[in-house]
Design a protein around this ligand. Structure first.
Ligand code: S3P
Length: 212
């Protein structure tokens, strides 16, 4: 099985120890335990930072971290690119939903980072919002383009998109997906924010919007 780019960035992150103010983390932990929330689901377009944030959020909360793509690849013993190439996108989407349901039904505290296309699977957002606190990592087309341009060959949906069409492709594709992403409980604008700043923004949003 080939190693995805995401797995490499996760390995780098394990060396990254960020300091948090205990009070901030207590607010988040208090909110989750008061509402008996066992799952946090991170969603957003490719390269919006779901896996990197998920890893760190799980570490500070002492939750397990699961990246849905990595989980699927492990269970199916094929990389995501191989699954797309050998079985096609619709077969991949069926597997994606099957494994998402499996994770959401586990009796464990888990931070799950989705694939960029998971929220548009029929019924997925309804289930996600029933079973978890869902957070949309909202990045601009420009940010996504800057991050995706160097790595299109590793992403099955982008392999045939030429460099000069990439920015338009992202804009059109994101526009189509926005209505699913915006069903999340929280939306956090992540452009230019560090992982630490995103976590602080999540805590602020929880305090403001969800009535802590
Ligand atoms: C996809 C996003 C990918 C992966 C697959 C399809 C999409 O995950 O699930 O290549 O449809 O946007 P990331 O968003 O983690 O890159």
């Amino acid at each position: 099985m080939k190693k995805d780019k995401k797995q490499n960035s996760k390995e780098k992150l394990s060396n990254n120890f960020l300091k948090y103010n205990n009070k901030e983390i207590n607010v988040l932990q208090g909110f989750l335990s008061n509402r008996k929330i066992q799952k946090i689901v991170l969603l957003g377009y490719m390269a919006s930072g779901k896996s990197v944030l998920g890893n760190e959020l799980a570490r500070v909360l002492n939750y397990t971290f699961v990246d849905l793509d990595t989980y699927i690849a492990k269970k199916e013993k094929l990389s995501i690119s191989e699954l797309f190439a050998q079985k096609g996108e619709s077969s991949f989407r069926k597997k994606e939903f099957k494994y998402l349901k499996k994770l959401l039904n586990k009796k464990k505290t888990i931070v799950i980072s989705l694939g960029g296309g998971t929220p548009q699977i029929g019924g997925a957002m309804k289930l996600i919002n029933k079973k978890s606190l869902s957070i949309y990592l909202k990045a601009s087309t420009q940010t996504l383009y800057n991050r995706l341009a160097p790595e299109t060959t590793e992403r099955p949906l982008l392999t045939n998109i030429t460099e000069d069409f990439l920015q338009d492709y992202i804009q059109i594709h994101l526009e189509k997906r926005k209505k699913y992403y915006e069903k999340a409980d929280l939306s956090i604008v992540v452009d230019d924010l560090s992982v630490h700043e995103i976590i602080i923004s999540i805590i602020k949003e929880i305090t403001l919007k969800l009535g802590m």
